[in-house]
Design a protein around this ligand. Structure first.
Ligand code: NAI
Length: 342
């Protein structure tokens, strides 16, 4: 039998494992941008999920072959391809979760904000279709700059009268995945046990790993905290530079997106012990959107774990204050873009 699981920890630090054979594949998932660098490996990982009954792949190009290829895997989900604007509505109908990795990635020397001009319009168009065809779906936004594309999506959904802040997520799982990996390497602890909450946003200094809240508790020197924080913040750039013009993180991103999707599906399926970090509408700081650890439930965000921001170290407090200006600017830029377009 097929069995896969993503390394994750519950709030109570016990590994949640479910008997895959008892799971009934029943959820419909759409990936928009499915033929891309992230889209293809993500589609493969989703095709392996025992919870998915239908996998809808949408792209403006090259998606037919990806779907034909994947459809030969003998796992439960039915794979269908959709190309171009005319087929977008059918792709989205009755879907439970929409994952959006559509858009251009960074090249060396670029910041995520440099992608704004192209990706803002792509996300806006795709979210309009989501609003019209599956307004109740969980929406996972991967397209960068996440700090702006999530506020754009929220505005578009508001304009359409279907905004549900509990179901709109900027995917920051890769920051947590990187933090866990780098901490385990540096401190020589068992990887499967490590869980570092990462808050703030998803670009440069707005990515704030809360190393003092690492579970299980790990002691770091000041120098280790600084080195790890900088490496986690620049993890994406590390990959962009190594790929030297051929794009940004795709495989680790697909892994992270698949983990966040699997968590969402488990929550939709009634699992009451599902926690992930994500960039969501928020009241934990004065900023309208903020990445925090959240509890996921059938209706989306069930709780934001605000207590993660209590008892921070001086270094983390400084990091939190330092990120607010940039994050506020990115949020406002997204909101202004969406409002200007109407
Ligand atoms: P890619 O260029 O390989 O793939 C993007 C895909 O989107 C292409 O297949 C393209 O045809 C498609 N596309 C473009 N316009 C579209 C539209 N209007 N509708 C549907 N599909 C459309 O790029 P890659 O590497 O897959 O990256 C995608 C996005 O994910 C980028 O914006 C990148 O910055 C972001 N990203 C986000 C991360 C995160 O942690 N949230 C991590 C890594 C990348």
């Amino acid at each position: 039998a097929l069995h896969y699981s993503f390394a994750r920890k519950s709030q109570n630090q016990h590994q949640t494992s479910r008997n895959v054979l008892q799971v009934k594949a029943s959820f419909k998932v759409a990936i928009l941008g499915a033929a891309g660098g992230i889209g293809q490996p993500l589609a493969l990982l989703v095709k392996m999920s025992p919870l998915v009954s239908d996998l809808h792949l949408y792209d403006i190009a090259n998606v037919k072959g990806v779907a034909a290829d994947l459809s030969h895997c003998n796992t439960p989900s039915r794979v269908q391809d959709f190309t171009g604007n005319d087929e977008l509505a059918n792709c989205l109908k009755d879907v439970d979760v929409v994952v959006i990795p559509a858009g251009v990635p960074r090249k060396p020397g670029m910041t995520r904000d440099d992608l704004f001009n192209i990706n803002a319009g792509i996300v806006k168009t795709l979210i309009e279709a989501v609003a019209d065809n599956c307004p109740d779906a969980f929406i996972h936004i991967i397209s960068n700059p996440v700090n702006s594309t999530v506020p754009i999506a929220a505005e578009v959904l508001k304009q359409k009268g279907v905004y549900n802040p509990k179901k709109l997520f900027g995917v920051t799982t890769l920051d947590v995945v990187r933090a866990n990996t780098f901490v385990a390497q540096k401190k020589n602890v068992k990887l499967i046990d490590v869980d570092v909450p990462v808050v703030g946003g998803h670009a440069g200094i707005t990515i704030l790993p809360l190393l003092s809240k690492t579970k299980p508790s790990v002691a770091f020197t000041d120098e280790e905290v600084h080195d790890l924080t900088v490496r986690i913040q620049n993890g994406g750039t590390e990959v962009v530079e190594a790929k030297a013009g051929a794009g940004s993180a795709t495989l680790s991103m697909a892994y992270a997106a698949a983990r966040f999707l699997e968590s969402s599906l488990r929550a939709l399926d009634g699992d009451s012990d599902v926690y992930e970090c994500a960039f969501v509408e928020s009241q934990v700081t004065e900023l309208p959107f903020f990445a925090s650890r959240i509890k996921l439930g059938k209706k989306g965000v069930e709780a934001v774990i605000a207590s993660d921001l209590e008892g921070l170290t001086e270094y983390e407090k400084k990091g939190l204050e330092a990120l607010k200006g940039e994050l506020k600017g990115s949020i406002e830029k997204g909101v202004a873009f969406a409002q200007k377009q109407t």
